[in-house]
Design a protein around this ligand. Structure first.
Ligand SMILES: [Mg+2]
Length: 384
C-alpha cells in the first residue's frame, strides 16, 4: 500500500454571542481546526486532526510533509517519523511547534489507516482497553460573577461529571473568590481543577497555590509561562497544589524535560498537538516510569476527541480526561455519530481505526479557506 495524497481540510465555526467565553485569549467568536486526510492507492483513507494555526499547518503539510510521504507505505509509521521528523522534517520546521502539530494530524490518520487495514479499532492496536469507559471532567467555567460560576458548576456536578475546571490566571483576588464559591457550592468531595493558561508570575502563583490548597483544588494547570520549567519545579516544591502541564508541549522530549526536573504532577498532552498517537505512547511510558498520571487535553474537533478516547481507554496511566464543554460545533456536529458523554463517562467507537465518519453536511458548513485568526489576539495581551 502506498500513500497517494495528504490533504488538509480547514474548518471554522462561528460562536454565537451567548456561547462566547472570556479567556486569556480575549473573547473568541469562532472555533477553528484543521483535519488531515491521508489517501492511499488501495482506497483506504485515514483522518487526523491538527490543533494549531491552520494557515501554517496547511503550508507545512503541502510544502514539507506531503512530498516526503507520497509513495511511502502508510503502515510503516515509525519509518515515516524517521523520515518526516528525525532525519528530515525538523530541519525545515524545527523540533517543536507547528511542524509537530502538522505531524500529529498525519500520525493520527496513519493509525486510522492501520486500524482499518487490520479491521480493529485503534484501542486494540494499543493493546486493548484497560477500561471500558473513560471518566471525563468538564471545562466550561470562565470568569464571571462567582455565584454564577458556582451555579454553572452545580449543573455539571448534577450531570455526574468527574470534576469541573475553573479558568483562573486573571486577577488573583477574583480567582480566589470564584474557586471558593464553587467549592462552597459543591461540597468537599467534588473534584475541582484550576487552569491559569500561563497567566501568573511565580509570586502570584505561590499565593494562588496557598489559597487553592485551602479549597482542596485537585491541580493548578499551566500556572506559568510554559518554558519556565524551573519556576514550575519551585512552585511544585513550595506550593501545596499539584501542578499540571502539557497542552502546549510538543514531542516526548518536551514532556521529559518537565518530568526529569520534578516540575509536574499531571501530564496533559494534546494528541493533535504533541505528536499524535505515536508520540503519546512514548509519553505514556515516561509517565509510567515516574508514576505520573496522564490526563488528555482536548479542545479541537470530534476527530481529535475520538483519538483521545482510544488512548484514554487503552493506556493504563490515563486518569480522568478533559471534555471541553464550551460551545463547539466542530466537536458536537462534525461526526456522523457524535461522541456523547453519559453519566460522566465516554467510550471510544468500536469500528475499525478511529471508528468515525465525517458528517458531510456539517463538513460543508464548516470548511474554511480564509485567513486564520490568531489564537491570542493582540488586544488581549497584557502583563500579568
Ligand atoms: Mg488548559
Amino acid at each position: 500500500m502506498k500513500i497517494t495524497d495528504v490533504k488538509t481540510i480547514r474548518l471554522r465555526a462561528e460562536i454565537p454571542p451567548e456561547g462566547q467565553v472570556f479567556s486569556r485569549s480575549g473573547v473568541r467568536n469562532c472555533r477553528s481546526t484543521t483535519l488531515v486526510q491521508v489517501d492511499t492507492d488501495e482506497g483506504v483513507t485515514g483522518l487526523g486532526s491538527c490543533s494549531g494555526n491552520g494557515d501554517l499547518v496547511e503550508v507545512i503539510v503541502a510544502k514539507v510533509l506531503k512530498p516526503l510521504l507520497v509513495g511511502v507505505d502508510p503502515i510503516e509509521i515509525d519509518e515515516i517519523w524517521e523520515k518526516a521528523y528525525v532525519r528530515g522534517g525538523h530541519k525545515e520546521f524545527g523540533t517543536r511547534g507547528v511542524g509537530v502539530v502538522a505531524l500529529s494530524g498525519i500520525d493520527i490518520a496513519l493509525w486510522d489507516i492501520l486500524g482499518k487495514v487490520r479491521g480493529v479499532p485503534v484501542y486494540e492496536l494499543l493493546g486493548g482497553k484497560c477500561r471500558d469507559k473513560v471518566p471525563v471532567y468538564a471545562t466550561a467555567l470562565y470568569p464571571e460573577e462567582p455565584s454564577k460560576v458556582a451555579k454553572r458548576a452545580r449543573a455539571f456536578a448534577e450531570r455526574a461529571f468527574h470534576g469541573v475546571k475553573i479558568k483562573v490566571g486573571f486577577d488573583l483576588a477574583q480567582d480566589i473568590r470564584i474557586v471558593r464559591a464553587v467549592r462552597a457550592e459543591l461540597g468537599n468531595d467534588f473534584t475541582i481543577m484550576t487552569d491559569a493558561n500561563q497567566g501568573y508570575t511565580i509570586d502570584v502563583a505561590l499565593k494562588a497555590a496557598e489559597a487553592f490548597s485551602g479549597c482542596g483544588v485537585f491541580w493548578l494547570e499551566e500556572p506559568l509561562f510554559v518554558e519556565d520549567i524551573a519556576g514550575h519545579a519551585a512552585l511544585r516544591e513550595k506550593g501545596k497544589v499539584p501542578i499540571a502541564v502539557g497542552e502546549n508541549l510538543h514531542t516526548y522530549y518536551a514532556f521529559e524535560n518537565f518530568v526529569v526536573r520534578d516540575a509536574v504532577d499531571f501530564l496533559q498532552p494534546d494528541v493533535a498537538r504533541a505528536g499524535g498517537i505515536s508520540e503519546i505512547r512514548k509519553i505514556a511510558v515516561l509517565a509510567a516510569k515516574h508514576s505520573i498520571a496522564l490526563s488528555f487535553h482536548t479542545w479541537g474537533d470530534g476527530v481529535a476527541l475520538a483519538a483521545s478516547l482510544h488512548l484514554s481507554a487503552a493506556l493504563k496511566q490515563c486518569g480522568v480526561m478533559e471534555l471541553d464543554y464550551t460551545y463547539n460545533p466542530l466537536r458536537a456536529e462534525l461526526l456522523q455519530e457524535p461522541l456523547e458523554v453519559k453519566n460522566g463517562f465516554m467510550v471510544p467507537p468500536d469500528n475499525p481505526g478511529l471508528g468515525v465518519e465525517l458528517n458531510r453536511d456539517a463538513l460543508e458548513r464548516f470548511v474554511f479557506s480564509g485567513v486564520e485568526e490568531l489564537t491570542i489576539r493582540p488586544s488581549a495581551l497584557r502583563s500579568p
